[in-house]
Write a protein that binds this ligand. Structure first.
Ligand SMILES: Cc1ncc(COP(=O)(O)O)c(C=O)c1O
Length: 381
């Protein structure tokens, strides 16, 4: 039996074969500790240096501004808690948005219990934060603005450049969670004007459990992990050399092939959307029609229940739901709720996300499978 077609690239990505090849020597031979001054430490140390350079080249910063972490969640924790702790003399106010990943929202909720005030901005019907809302929320106690670069559920890209400018004018630090945008669109920290940026390896064809945080030179969020002196003495612990090599290779590939990959993911995503529009009419597209990740399709089927669609297609297509329907309750995702997607649409929302490995044949089959399931569920089958 063949495996289901994978249309859940925003959940995680397969490992790129080039990433696996780059990592192989660090599985098989290069086991040394990069801090060791003898022979065995040499190549691991060089690999960590190279990995840092590869990430820096992708997002246009200096290698010394990159700290390796265990993934997007840790990078967000490090950025937000680190700033809260370092700048608490200046103020206790943080601005974020309702559509952030729990790896930001839960950090903010935690900080609330420590006396911080959190402003959680709403979004418009396309899932975009308003720059004027950010401006209106700023006050003299504001120490940090944390708004994601691109949303994981609907793919909407946020106006980070404008927010970055606004923050600079007001001398406020800006963090962006770029877990979903790295490798899918251009991510340039100079252009975005951010001070901190989170990266998650497994969303970009590297393994799970590795990530990075960009910290603009001169900014000093509080130390994240106490211990020995690794990672410029802010994040102690023997480096995860194997996965750092994987993340570095993934970032190099992401930069090298960005145009090609963007076009491919978009072509597959649009082929899927156009066909579903015809096959499953009426449907509703969620997220910004243009300012959206090229691979992301959040689509609602009127009066259907997402988990029933997923159950019907699960043996042939792997995707995610935007709502969880139980026997007598419907739990709509925070993002769709913040976008005020009407219940009759929201409850039947699927997130279908394409990737580098998606083929036109995959899409055509997915359309047939989803189309058949939707028709059957509509007719009460
Ligand atoms: C936008 C966003 N931020 C952060 C994370 C968490 O990243 P990680 O799984 O590497 O901890 C994810 C993963 O789903 C995400 O989509």
């Amino acid at each position: 039996m063949s495996k289901p077609i994978y249309l859940d690239y925003n959940a995680t990505t397969p490992h790129d074969p080039e990433v696996i090849e780059a990592m192989r020597p660090f599985f098989e031979e290069e086991f040394g500790n990069p801090s060791s001054s003898h022979y065995y430490g040499t190549r691991p140390k060089q690999a960590v240096i190279a990995g840092r350079e590869q990430i820096a080249a992708l997002i246009n910063c200096r290698p010394q501004e990159i700290i390796f972490t265990s993934g997007g969640t840790e990078s967000n924790n490090f950025a937000i808690k680190g700033c809260a702790q370092s700048f608490d003399q200046k103020g206790n106010h943080i601005i974020t948005s309702q559509i952030e990943h729990p790896a930001v929202l839960e950090v903010c909720n935690f900080l609330k219990t420590k006396g911080f005030e959190i402003t959680c901005l709403p979004v418009d019907e396309f899932g975009q934060v308003g720059v004027s809302d950010v401006a209106a929320a700023i006050k003299k106690e504001t120490i940090l603005i944390s708004i994601m670069h691109a949303n994981n559920e609907v793919g909407t890209v946020q106006p980070i450049e404008e927010i970055g400018r606004l923050a600079k004018e007001n001398d406020i630090v800006v963090h962006t969670d770029a877990a979903q945008s790295v490798g899918k669109i251009t991510v340039d920290v100079q252009r975005l004007g951010v001070d901190l940026l989170s990266i998650a390896g497994h969303k970009a064809y590297a393994p799970k459990g590795v990530g990075a945080l960009y910290i603009r030179r001169g900014l000093e969020p509080a130390k994240f992990m106490h211990g020995a002196g690794q990672e410029m003495a802010v994040r102690a612990g023997t480096e995860n050399v194997l996965e750092i090599v994987g993340l570095g290779a993934a970032c190099e590939i992401a930069g090298r092939d960005l145009e090609k990959n963007m076009q491919h993911m978009k072509a597959m995503r649009d082929r899927l959307y156009e066909a579903l529009k015809i096959n499953c009419d009426p449907v509703k597209l969620n997220g910004h029609p243009q300012k959206r990740l090229p691979n992301t399709l959040s689509i609602s089927f009127l009066e259907l229940e997402a988990n029933r669609i997923l159950d019907a297609i699960g043996s042939e297509v792997a995707a995610s739901a935007g709502a969880a329907c139980h026997s007598d309750t419907v739990q709509i995702s925070e993002v769709l709720t913040a976008m005020k997607v009407p219940l009759e649409w929201a409850k039947g929302t699927l997130r279908l996300t394409t990737g580098r490995m998606t083929t036109a044949a995959d899409i055509d089959k997915a359309v047939r499978v989803i189309g058949a399931a939707v028709k059957k569920l509509k007719t009460g089958g």
